[in-house]
Write a protein that binds this ligand. Structure first.
Ligand code: UD1
Ligand code: MG
Length: 449
């Protein structure tokens, strides 16, 4: 049966104490709602609807940036979770199959769990709810079971003492038929402690109509929601712990795993080594056998097989590091291709450039790529040797196997195999250093007296 996805992301998230809508806060450097969507994506959903409300414009823009095809429904006023789902009615019109409702602030639901819910639906349950045994049930909704079936869900605020003693809690994830769910929601009212339309009430409504409802349970860690900065930090820690464990299982060596920071989409090949204190921003792929040395920061880049990066290197978006290339300490690379086996080892900025294979870039080299308005390209040919402290004033081309003399300011193209000297000729004045020092020391003595 096809599945569809509704992710609720309209809530205010008051406890975040932030100008940013809650679901735009990030873990693994991706917004919370993206984590919920990607959990749902494991179902291969036919339609995906994000219900936005608080900070709608910002959330809409972020959702579009993530996926231009996602349907967006707006809940202008937050009148409860059932009311939020009701806003997706138009987007799901004519959709056959199941619908899964996920919360945009609950990032860790596992694909296996959603599959078990789908199986429970396929086995005949009218509504399937994801529950968990809470160590501290707190203010969660409680699942009231009767004879192995789910009878109803009672919100904490509306629960009796006996109901509050139930440890089986509602995670919020619900699965039902994509057409029937709207009929059920139509029968939900607002007679409760919050005066809201509770999605959880569809269970009792379904049961009254003779449908059997079931609970599928999962580990509490999976249902961890984010409502405050403390919970956000806890979620980040959990995300990083999982991500590190996954990398180790994939055959990556992490010398000090707890000091490596991953992004949601980081990809690292087998037998790569990541030294301590490395940060991966979004969009990084590291091939097999590469080594990322300590204190490096990478984002939006690709590191080829056997390449060595760092220590203290910064790879910015568009850095394409060839196989077995070396990028050393205090080197920054942006929107540049570094050819196979090329070396950029010390104190250098390479931006908007192409560096040919086996080229050697001396310490302190700078591609002067920006004139204050436009960015310009620098091309460095294969096996070229750029002397230390060369300023490459772009646009400029250094030919294959060409050289530049140390300290040159290169403003014109250098032909293949040529040597460019772009600096003042050196002049030596015999004895002048000593004479100057003698004069200065004499002046100092005079002042002291
Ligand atoms: C909800 C459940 C509760 C469950 C808990 C798990 C209901 C009535 N209660 O309670 O049983 O134990 O989650 O965390 O569903 N939202 C909207 N529009 C609204 C209201 C909420 O989009 O009008 C979204 C929120 O942004 C959030 C989600 O729905 O992503 C849950 O809302 P929240 O207010 O946190 O519900 P809880 O009171 O925590
Ligand atoms: Mg909540």
């Amino acid at each position: 049966m096809p599945a569809h996805l509704v992710v609720l992301a309209a809530g205010r998230g008051t406890r975040m104490n932030s100008d940013l809508p809650k679901v735009l806060h990030e873990i693994g450097q991706a917004p919370l709602f993206v984590h919920a969507l990607s959990a749902g994506d494991s179902l291969g959903p036919g339609r995906r609807v994000l219900v936005v409300g608080h900070g709608a414009e910002l959330v809409r823009a972020a959702a579009r940036a993530h996926d231009p095809d996602i349907a967006i429904a707006e809940q202008a006023e937050q009148r409860g979770t059932a009311h939020a789902v009701a806003q997706s009615r138009a987007a799901l019109k004519g959709a056959a199959g199941d619908v899964f409702v996920l919360y945009g602030d609950t990032p860790f639901i596992r694909p296996e769990t959603l599959k078990r819910m789908a199986a429970a639906r396929a086995a005949g349950a009218g509504v399937v709810v994801l529950g968990f045994e809470a160590a501290d049930p707190g203010r969660y909704g409680r699942l009231v079971m009767e004879g192995g079936a789910l009878a109803r869900i009672v919100e904490y605020k509306d629960a009796t003492e006996a109901e509050r003693a139930i440890a089986l809690c509602n995670s919020g994830v619900i699965c039902a038929d994509a057409v029937q769910i709207f009929d059920l929601i139509d029968s939900v009212g607002t007679k409760n402690a919050s005066g809201e339309y509770y999605l959880t009430d569809i269970v009792a409504v379904a049961r009254a109509r003779g449908l059997v409802c079931t609970a599928v349970t999962c580990d509490e860690a999976e249902t961890l929601g984010v409502n405050s900065r403390v919970e956000l930090a806890r979620a980040e820690a959990l995300f990083q712990a999982r991500r590190r464990a996954a990398s180790l299982a994939d055959g990556v060596t992490l010398i000090a795993p707890e000091t490596v920071v991953f992004a949601m989409d980081t990809v690292i090949g087998r037998d790569a080594v990541v030294e301590p204190n490395v940060v991966f921003g979004p969009g990084v792929t590291v091939e097999s056998g590469a080594r990322i040395r300590a204190f490096s920061h990478l984002e939006g880049c690709h590191v080829g097989r056997g390449a060595v990066i760092g220590p203290y290197a910064r790879l910015r978006p568009g850095a394409e590091i060839g196989n077995h290339a070396k990028v050393g300490n205090f080197v920054e690379i942006k929107a540049a291709e570094i050819g196979e086996g090329a070396k950029v080892n010390h104190l250098t900025y390479i931006g908007d450039a192409t560096v040919g294979e086996a080229a050697n870039i001396g310490a302190g080299t700078v591609t002067c790529n920006y004139d204050g308005v436009f960015k310009h390209h620098t091309e460095i040919g294969a096996r070229a040797f750029v002397g230390s402290s060369t300023m490459l004033v772009a646009p400029v081309r250094i030919g294959a196997e060409a050289m530049t003399a140390s300290g040159s300011v290169v403003t014109a193209d250098v032909p293949d195999g040529a040597l460019a000297l772009g600096r003042a000729r050196q002049v030596n004045k015999d004895g002048l250093a000593r004479r100057i020092m003698d004069r200065l020391r004499a002046a100092k003595r005079k002042r002291a007296n």
